[in-house]
Design a protein around this ligand. Structure first.
Ligand SMILES: Nc1ncnc2c1ncn2[C@@H]1O[C@H](COP(=O)(O)OP(=O)(O)OP(=O)(O)O)[C@@H](O)[C@H]1O
Ligand SMILES: [Mg+2]
Length: 396
């Protein structure tokens, strides 16, 4: 049976303010490069400005200029307050406080080891294990896992009224949801046991095993020992990890948590975003909103605009004659080419805008809030830009 379609609200835009006022955790997720980091930061900035309280945005790998604007350049995991003066410089008197932190995978792993290690000795051995030092933060999907883990930690501290979480660019948008469980599975996996059994058993003479003989020759005894020690030590943290993974999962499903799926209206990201929204719903997670970012402006679809563009294109020569004396620096033929090009570009954009509108009307999943954010002419890299974008997320 085809999915049931509700018509998305076209004119009266539904906004995010209600959602941000009623939830404690809002997770911005979606396909790569669509504006998750920007949306998360903009939503948090608006919540701090208009709703009040203490709002934290937990970002992942923000563009350098944005990190700078949030005061995050080169500071790793530390939470920093964005000064009220920065808001005032952007012409806004904030009701509350905006805090920002970046996700530093290596630092977060260290914190996790400190938390789960059964004793101080194991903790120090893990932290100083050369293999750990090299690979922590580079595990496949460790970024996803850490994002969820750190969110749990900060939420448990209870310092913030609202935490807006950005998610890492994953190959598959679902990866980060499964990360805690996968991490728990890894700790109980046969692969892990197989790797460390020879080192656990004192009776086995490693040198007698062909695999280890070869590995030893290639990698060196020290390296193999480091690996084994690393996994043995890590296994001592197994129950802590599993318990934690379950708690993280419960927090995601809690009614205080909601997900915002961010997408553009391009076909491929949109398909991925829809699949993702459905997957969240199937897991009984709350999809609070879909944010359609970088949308072309509605005026492009105005038929009258197309008429004007068509005329500009067809009558470019005639118009150029009249205009060229006023446009210094180019002769009539130059002005004609520019006018024709402008007319044609407008018509091309119009086609894209129409396609976008169709895509939007065909959305299969329409949550409580569906918000469109226009494509701004410049990147969004400072508080002024974030608040400008944030206004689009708000009811007017
Ligand atoms: N509405 C918009 N108009 C113009 N530029 C935008 C808009 N939204 C985001 N951008 C710009 O698009 C770029 C990508 O945005 P962003 O980093 O937020 O995407 P992302 O989904 O977090 O990417 P990734 O998946 O790589 O983490 C940034 O340079 C940002 O400034
Ligand atoms: Mg990002």
């Amino acid at each position: 049976m085809p999915p049931r379609r509700r018509k998305p609200p076209e004119a009266g835009r539904v906004s995010l303010d209600g959602l941000l006022a009623s939830k404690e955790i809002v997770v911005a997720c979606g396909p790569g490069g669509v504006g998750k980091t920007t949306t998360a930061a903009a939503a948090a900035a608006m919540a701090a400005a208009r709703i009040g309280g203490k709002v934290l945005v937990l970002t992942v790998d923000p563009a350098r200029r944005l990190a700078d604007a949030l005061g995050l350049e080169g500071i790793g995991n530390t939470e920093r307050r964005v000064p009220a003066e920065a808001f005032e410089a952007a012409g806004v008197k904030p009701m509350g406080e905006l805090w920002a932190a970046m996700l530093d995978t290596k630092e977060s792993w260290d914190a996790l080891v400190r938390l789960h290690a059964p004793d101080a000795r194991t903790r120090d051995e893990i932290l100083s294990n050369p293999l750990y030092r090299n690979i922590a933060g580079r595990f496949v999907q460790s970024h996803d896992y850490i994002a969820m883990e750190r969110l749990f930690e900060i939420h448990a501290e209870g310092k913030y009224d609202l935490i807006v979480v950005d998610t890492p660019p994953t190959r598959n948008a679902l990866d980060f949801l499964d990360a805690p469980e996968r991490m728990a599975e890894f700790f109980s996996s046969r692969l892990l046991r197989w790797l460390i059994i020879p080192y656990r058993s004192k009776i086995v003479n490693l040198a007698s095993k062909p695999f280890y003989q070869v590995a030893d020759r290639i990698l060196g005894t020290q390296f193999l020992e480091d690996i084994a020690q690393f996994f043995i030590l890590f296994q001592s943290m197994y129950s802590g990890f599993v318990e934690r993974a379950r708690a993280v999962h419960r927090l995601m499903a809690d009614r205080r948590t909601s997900f915002i799926v961010v997408s553009t209206l391009e076909a491929v990201p949109l398909r991925e975003a829809e699949f993702f929204a459905q997957a969240l719903i199937d897991r009984r997670l709350h999809v609070g909103a879909i944010v359609l970012n970088k949308v072309l402006p509605a005026y492009l679809r105005d038929p009258q605009g197309a008429v004007v563009a068509e005329r500009l294109r067809h009558r470019a020569a005639e118009l150029a004659e009249a205009l060229s004396p006023k446009v210094r620096g180019g002769d009539a033929s130059q002005v004609q080419r520019v006018l024709a090009e402008i007319g044609q570009s407008y018509l091309d954009y119009r086609v894209v805008a129409q396609r976008e509108a169709e895509q939007r009307s065909e959305l299969a999943t329409v949550p409580e809030a569906l918000v469109s954010v226009p494509y701004f002419e410049t990147d969004v890299y400072d508080l002024t830009g974030l608040l400008r974008l944030g206004q689009q997320l708000w009811s007017t």
